[in-house]
Design a protein around this ligand. Sequence first.
Ligand code: NDP
Ligand SMILES: N[C@@H](CC=O)C(=O)O
Length: 419
Amino acid sequence: MKIQKFKKRIGLIGFGCVGQGLYDVVEASRHLGWEIGSICVKDKEKPRTLPASAFTYSVQDVLQDPSLDIIAELISDPAEALVILRQALQKGKTVVSANKKVIAENLPELISLQQKHGGVLLYEASVCGSIPVLRTLEAYYGSEPLVEVRGILNGSSNYILSKLHAERGNFQSALAQAQELGFAEADPSLDVEGTDALNKLCILAAHAYGLLVHPDEVLHFGIQHVTAEAVELAASLNCRIKLVGSLKATSNGQVALQVLPTFIPESDALYDVEAEFNGLEIEGQFAGKQFLKGRGAGSHPTGSAVWADVAAAVRGYRYTYPKLCTSQVSATSGEEELTFLLHGEPEYVAEVSKQLKADIRSQAPDQSQVIVSLSPQQLKQHQDLLKQKGLFVAAIPAGVVLDIVPELLGRAEAIAIGE
Ligand SMILES: NC(=O)C1=CN([C@@H]2O[C@H](COP(=O)(O)OP(=O)(O)OC[C@H]3O[C@@H](n4cnc5c(N)ncnc54)[C@H](OP(=O)(O)O)[C@@H]3O)[C@@H](O)[C@H]2O)C=CC1
Ligand SMILES: N[C@@H](CC=O)C(=O)O
């Protein structure tokens, strides 16, 4: 076989945590024929690891450069990222992105731009960092009906929760560490309010079930109101609180979607997914359960995922969205009753419990914590009120034995967290 000389040039837009990660990975692979041809950033004053001559400050310098084989969009500004992706795809270019917010909110348009102009968009790095989830769903599970896809989809919130459980640490300092390590979004409220996990879940829904759903339509709560008492309660039940995104096929042909802080027992594969790691359990109708675990955030792990996309795209790979073409499914929050912990100011907990018409199973003497049974659909209807009142909401799966909860709640003490 004749070996052909391979030379491919990448245009890089964004040189922060992920952009630098991609740069390092590509530099380490120069012998394979790859090079970064052009780098665009925004801030002219920022100190850089490369000489000023390596950079341009005009996105158009990259988008209009005919010598580039592929563009990597890795910026932190979602509005500008959408403009870049639109323009690249309208020109029929090949582009990769890690921007889950832009992709989740605009997937129908981004798919149709590829169909219309012949361009290609890959975005493996946007979901679960270094774990190859989208290509696994596309290539391996493209034909098999899936029972459930669930997992830890956000590294920063998992890092914070791990610190709270392991060290009974402080929320704000754990978040500051996640930011320092490059795991958090430029706007960290996306991480802690569950929006980043939600965006990833919506992208997974398209590839796992052929469901195009806008993030605004999906039930989701974050960890921003987690309390020391909730962590203690979970630990006393031999559980860890994790932020879990799940997609589940329902008996009436819908897909139930939700992102919820959840009490995860020791027997669950997600229990040992700690720090910035993500974990995804995929249950196929015939294959049964499989579990993927790896780094969900960070410079080199995410840079590696972007590079895998760059290499695949240049070799002709594109998503075919097999289930979008073959299935017609709609979204629901889920009708099956579940058990939830609500925790917050006693008067708000009482008010919200009344509004929810929830079946109260246990409550703390001061009424700051209640264990209730209700459907995710009920919860979704009152999602805004619960958020407005600053309540912490966590799902407690059926397998967790709650016999000792009344006793645990009875001795609940007020412990401040995150102040
Ligand atoms: N951090 C992570 O672990 C992961 C991040 N992602 C996603 O990757 C993307 C990048 O994240 P990350 O690297 O962490 O972000 P950073 O904040 O570290 O870096 C952002 C980069 O974007 C550049 N930038 C911002 N706005 C513009 C603009 N208008 N024009 C040109 N350049 C611009 C910044 O320029 P300047 O340097 O001049 O400020 C900076 O270089 C985001 O979409 C994020 O959601 C996905 C998976 C993991
Ligand atoms: N902020 C995100 C980065 C990766 O997607 C996270 O913490 O998971």
